[in-house]
Design a protein around this ligand. Structure first.
Ligand SMILES: C[S@@+](CC[C@H](N)C(=O)[O-])C[C@H]1O[C@@H](n2cnc3c(N)ncnc32)[C@H](O)[C@@H]1O
Length: 295
């Protein structure tokens, strides 16, 4: 009895370690992204082009119709919007910030089977539920990406698919090693309103350079068609987060493998990022049950 009481009162070493390793929701910068989504939440045709590029393994004509999906870190709900408009049966779009959730509710209001819910990727309460779970532009901002992808994998049914779109390292070496340290050391600590104001400088420069025809990467060729306001939103999104990782192909693939997914297909998107999709294995039946059913 005394031992049981002592055990209750003092957490085990394992407990303490797991508390120390508890993922920190703030590191995904939901508050800073919420500020951004509150100011840029409209749906535009350019965003549909982006969604199709971020999900190249899923055809708008075939792969969404009748499917139930989860959108992990939905922001203003734009990705869920396109998937629902391709005929998906239902969705649950989750995020942490109320301003993002409000924007997503507005954008998804025309779909009665779209649920928008406050929840962390780390605490997803779903098991074997969805046909597809995706997380676009979120996992590379988290302090525990492995846990988040494992939760997405748990949420899909056996045979269901998990897709993540993440920043790539390849082709972005200069950006990652020279420019991104400025975000890390300076911008990520600044008030987000000030970062938004400052973002007009690189955004206008970039927009001008694109107009002059400097487009060595597929991503820049895509951005060339975007209005300045949208380019500013993209540049601001690069400057605001507390955490941002840029991964090589094998690192993106490893995230899905570690979550127990198979049949992984990793596509190079816009020559600067990775879209990796995997399938949750259909568990083999236990051999005794199989033997009995065959008798
Ligand atoms: C760059 S935005 C991407 C939003 C959306 N997926 C899109 O592509 O439009 C990252 C989003 O992840 C959300 N986020 C950050 N940490 C999260 C967490 N632990 N659980 C759920 N969402 C999170 C942020 O609030 C933000 O809306």
């Amino acid at each position: 009895m005394r031992r049981a009481l002592l055990k209750l009162a003092s957490p085990t070493a394992k407990g303490i370690v797991s508390l120390m390793n508890a993922p920190d929701d703030r590191k995904g910068s939901p508050d800073r992204f919420g500020y951004s989504w509150e100011r840029f939440s409209e749906l535009t045709p350019e965003q549909e082009i982006q969604f199709r590029r971020w999900t190249p393994q899923l055809s708008p004509e075939r792969d969404w119709r009748g499917k139930a999906f989860l959108d992990g870190g939905c922001g203003a709900g734009r990705n869920s919007y396109w998937a629902m408009s391709y005929g998906a049966k239902s969705c649950v779009a989750i995020d942490l910030d109320e301003r993002s959730l409000d924007a997503a509710r507005r954008n998804l209001a025309r779909f009665p089977t779209a649920e928008v819910k406050k929840c962390s990727l780390y605490d997803l309460p779903f098991r074997d539920t969805f046909d597809i779970a995706f997380s676009i532009g979120v996992i590379h901002h988290l302090d525990n990406p492995q846990l988040a992808v494992r939760k997405l994998a748990e949420a899909v049914r056996p045979g269901g698919r998990v897709l993540i779109w993440v920043f790539g390292y390849e082709n972005l070496e200069f950006y990652v090693n020279v420019l991104d340290p400025v975000r890390k050391a300076l911008l990520s600590w600044m008030p987000v309103a000030l970062v938004r104001l400052l973002a007009w400088i690189p955004a206008t420069l970039l927009w001008g350079i694109l107009r002059l025809g400097f487009t060595p990467l597929e991503y820049l060729r895509l951005l060339r068609a975007f209005p300045l306001r949208h380019v500013h939103h993209i540049v601001f999104d690069q400057m605001l987060p507390r955490t941002a990782c840029y991964w090589r192909k094998e690192q993106a693939v490893a995230l899905l493998e570690q979550a127990g997914l198979c049949e992984i297909d990793c596509a190079w998107v816009n020559e600067v990022s990775w879209s990796a999709i995997g399938t949750k294995p259909i568990a083999a039946r236990p051999s005794s049950a199989q033997d009995q059913s065959e008798e």
